[in-house]
Design a protein. Structure first.
Length: 307
């Protein structure tokens, strides 16, 4: 009939248009299947309308062909809808993963920057402290050099020998006086050496006490720096734990949403991306009509489009 011929032309054009949209989609590397799905919905509605017209015109064989073709398109529609949903969920997972990685990187970068600032600040304090301690040690050394005499105090023994030496000289006993003089010189040299060693020991002991005090100051500064760095590390870990928990929650929610959605799709085939319904079966046929000539042939769908 004329309506059937017009329907065939329209369907042929629309099928070609569908194939063109698929090719354009591949060329453009687009992930969405919304366009082809919408066209499939239109095809099925047209088949439904055509089936209704055929029934009205009592062209039941043509109505059966339209119903069979609609069923094939429904299978394709369900498959493409699931593919679109899978792609959407995949993109959602990628988005969640990207945001998670970006957040972790930002936390680490900000944490490292803060730690570098702390280390730089404490390094400056350490340098200032080292300079101050060096100056204090030099001042102490100069003070001790001034306060502690370099010459040894003569012992009583040395003073007695010197006195005897003078008395012997007055008595004209020059040989004996010279002997005491040599003895006094040897004793003085020994006492000077002992005093020099004792003096150096005193200076070293006092300087060592100051150096130990300085070391305690440096150790305290290191403890302060480590404590500051530890606080930053704790904050970083706390932020990372928060992001990890948020990531786990988002991922779990996405997975649950995907399971729920595919459970609905499995129970209610024919649902589309927009939530619209398509016909779930062939339009109801007139119960009074029977086919005496046997079932008509069913047009096939391309193998590469079937699941």
């Amino acid at each position: 009939t004329q309506s059937t011929w017009g329907y065939c032309l329209v369907m042929k054009e629309m099928e070609e248009d569908l194939e063109d949209s698929k090719e354009e989609q591949v060329e453009d590397n687009k992930s969405t299947l919304a366009g082809p799905i919408e066209k499939l919905e239109v095809f099925i509605e047209l088949l439904k309308e055509h089936q209704g017209k055929c029934i009205a015109e009592e062209n039941y064989l043509e109505a059966e062909i339209a119903a069979a073709r609609a069923k094939e398109y429904k299978v394709k529609l369900d498959r493409m809808t699931k593919e679109a949903r899978l792609q959407e969920h995949k993109e959602k997972e990628n988005e969640i993963q990207s945001k998670y990685e970006a957040s972790i990187n930002q936390i680490n970068e900000e944490g490292e920057k803060k730690m570098e600032e702390i280390q730089k600040s404490f390094l400056q304090l350490e340098n200032k402290m080292a300079a101050k301690q060096k100056e204090a040690l030099e001042n102490l050394h100069a003070k001790l050099e001034f306060q502690i005499p370099t010459a040894a105090k003569p012992s009583n023994t040395l003073l007695n020998i010197l006195q005897i030496q003078k008395n012997l000289a007055k008595q004209g006993k020059f040989v004996e006086a010279n002997a005491h003089k040599e003895e006094a010189a040897q004793l003085k040299e020994a006492e000077e050496a002992a005093w020099a060693e004792e003096r150096a020991g005193k200076i070293a002991t006092l300087e060592s006490k100051l150096i130990q005090t300085h070391q305690k100051e440096r150790d305290a500064l290191q403890i302060r720096m480590k404590s500051a760095l530890s606080e930053v590390e704790k904050k970083i870990q706390k932020e990372i734990d928060r992001v990890n928990q948020a990531y786990a929650n988002s991922k779990r929610q996405a997975e649950n949403a995907q399971k729920k959605e595919f459970a609905v799709l499995s129970k209610s085939p024919g649902k589309t991306i927009g939530g619209s319904r398509i016909i779930k079966g062939s339009p109801e046929k007139d119960p009074k009509v029977t086919h005496k000539e046997g079932p008509p042939s069913i047009p096939s769908v391309n193998n590469d489009e079937q699941t």
